[in-house]
Ligand binder design. Structure first.
Ligand code: ACO
Length: 340
């Protein structure tokens, strides 16, 4: 562990459980064959280098809050909880509806969670795990009873559709969980979060902020699109996710053999396989949906978890290890006992 990394102590207050989960994938599917007509790429290159076959793309009139609101409605319905009962909404995104107000407020208005206070977190692909830990803290201390953690991304809105290095990798999606304290349940057992701002330039969206406000020149220079040094990011993703997964596991007091499912951030099949190898787990434990969804940034893990639940693959007391890495750099891992 580096000094940059902060390991959160194992649960000390109330334990916090996922009591509802939902996700939403936009209707439109963009295949690798479609991309072949847009940039100089091939289905074969994309599959071999990333494992991605297709991704969902939001409609022009859908913003991240629309995707997030739909996922939130589904999570609340799953939990059997009314929107008025939500005390707090924390939403992870790098594609907010606009500079401000925050996207969580837009979701609040859409779903009618009028008693909640709402804010966004911007931790790129680690947004869901950051949100999960933030939500857990508020409930654990007794400050809040019901927290909605949402990850909602319309990554298609920040992609340079002329840049084959990035546009083939991403998709749009949203997922949400409802958190509550549930007596003796274990719930979120341990989390590790970390960041390294010295490597920010390897993955960023440089234009449109206070550093480089929008001008004709910034638009002409395509600064409002995501830039990524893929090969460098790849190496840091493998190293940091492996380390974070091991740290969270250690904090939880479990061994890797106790984990039923590992849900890694869905960026690249080769990254997922490298992590699986380093953790010494069989492929059968790794949850992978990126062939259908691509990289949906903060949303990947919660969407995969929801799909696992809907497919009936989660048994009560299954231990799940989730691990993420993204722009910042940011990373995190959480061990959760499924107690729904
Ligand atoms: N089609 C065809 N060729 C391509 C494409 C494409 N879509 N994209 C790049 N290439 C070319 C490159 O130009 C390069 O050509 P060159 O050798 O002539 O220069 C060649 O393919 C190899 O490029 P590499 O970058 O070395 O390819 P690599 O095997 O590293 O795969 C990839 C690239 C898929 C981007 C990989 O590095 C990766 O997955 N990186 C990590 C992404 C990630 O984890 N992101 C996490 C967070 S995302 C977030 O936070 C928002």
């Amino acid at each position: 562990m580096t000094t940059k990394e902060r390991v959160h102590p194992a649960v000390v207050g109330r334990t916090v459980s996922i009591v509802g989960i939902g996700s939403y994938l936009p209707e439109r599917i963009l295949t690798n064959a479609d991309l072949e007509k847009m940039v100089n790429t091939t289905d074969e290159w994309i599959i071999t280098r990333t494992g991605i076959k297709e991704r969902h793309i939001a409609a022009p009139d859908q913003a991240s809050s629309d995707l997030g609101a739909e996922a939130a409605r589904r999570a609340l319905a799953d939990a059997g909880i009314s929107p008025e009962a939500v005390d707090m909404i924390v939403l992870g995104t790098i594609t907010p509806d606009m500079g401000f107000p925050n996207t969580a407020c837009f979701v609040q208005a859409k779903i009618g969670a009028k008693n909640a206070f709402c804010f966004d977190i911007e931790a790129a692909c680690s947004g869901f795990l950051y949100g999960l830990e933030i939500g857990r803290q508020f409930i654990s201390t007794g400050s809040m009873e019901t927290v909605l953690v949402i990850a909602a991304e319309k990554i298609s809105s920040i992609l340079d559709w002329e840049d084959r290095n990035t546009c083939v990798l991403f998709g749009d999606a949203a997922g949400a969980v409802v958190l509550q304290a549930r007596g003796a349940a274990h719930g979120v057992m341990a989390s590790t979060l970390g960041s390294d701002g010295t490597l920010a330039e390897l993955l960023m969206l440089p234009g449109g902020g206070s550093r480089s406000p929008t001008t004709e020149e910034t638009v002409r220079n395509r600064l409002h699109y995501m830039k990524m040094a893929g090969r460098e990011v790849f190496k840091h993703a493998v190293t940091n996710m492996t380390r974070a997964a091991k740290d969270a596991l250690q904090r939880s007091g479990l061994g890797i053999e106790d984990i039923r499912w590992i849900i890694p951030h869905q960026a690249n099949l080769r990254i997922i396989e490298a992590i699986g190898e380093r953790l010494g787990v069989t492929k059968e434990k790794l949850v992978i949906n990126l062939e259908r969804c691509g990289n949906t940034s903060a949303a990947t893990i919660v969407v995969a978890l929801d799909e696992l639940a809907r497919e009936g693959k989660l048994q009560k007391h299954d231990k799940i290890l989730m691990v993420a890495f993204g722009g910042g750099f940011t990373w995190g891992a959480s061990v959760v006992e499924w107690d729904k």
